[in-house]
Design a protein around this ligand. Structure first.
Ligand code: AMP
Ligand code: ZN
Length: 148
């Protein structure tokens, strides 16, 4: 089933099950999209897999692909619907990154010229000062992990 696994204590699983109301804007066999209840901007939309997976690393590739397809389709649609100039599309991927609801969700946050908001570069408090050697090591480490 497309909504397996589920977690009865998870607020997004309960939305998928219809136990908690949502302003749903899009639904497929595997994905649900609904308005954020505490929006950062008009049209702030969440895209979730119907099944309970916490982070991208926990999510099967086909389900993650369906979430990304929905984000791809919805982002320009949401922007048009609220007459936005742009949007930030992002995941808080894990609690250390600020994820509060432990059920994978992509945010579409519409942005407007002069809205006073920030780019994704404002996510961290301070940037690390990395040498060329450290950057080379990091790049090699990522490539090695991919091949492992
Ligand atoms: P995150 O910090 O990435 O886990 O974001 C969780 C998001 O879920 C927040 O933006 C909340 O406003 C939103 N949220 C929490 N409960 C609900 C709900 N019942 N319906 C819609 N959005 C919700
Ligand atoms: Zn869940």
């Amino acid at each position: 089933m497309s909504a397996e696994p589920t977690d009865e204590d998870c607020i997004f699983c309960r939305i998928v099950a219809g136990e908690i109301p949502s302003r749903t804007v899009h639904e497929t066999d595997t994905v649900l999209a609904f308005l954020d209840a505490n929006p950062l901007a008009p049209g702030h939309t969440l895209v979730v897999p119907k099944a309970h997976h916490e982070t991208l690393a926990d999510t099967p590739e086909d389900v993650a692909s369906d979430v990304l397809t929905a984000l791809y389709e919805l982002t320009p649609t949401v922007e048009r619907a609220v007459d936005a100039d742009a949007s930030n599309v992002a995941f808080n991927n894990g609690s250390a990154a600020g994820q509060e609801v432990p059920h994978l969700h992509g945010h579409i946050v519409p942005r407007f010229e002069g809205d006073g908001g920030n780019p994704i570069h404002a996510l961290v408090g301070s940037r690390p000062d990395l040498s060329d050697e450290e950057l080379d090591d990091i790049a090699e480490g990522i490539s090695a992990e991919l091949e492992a």
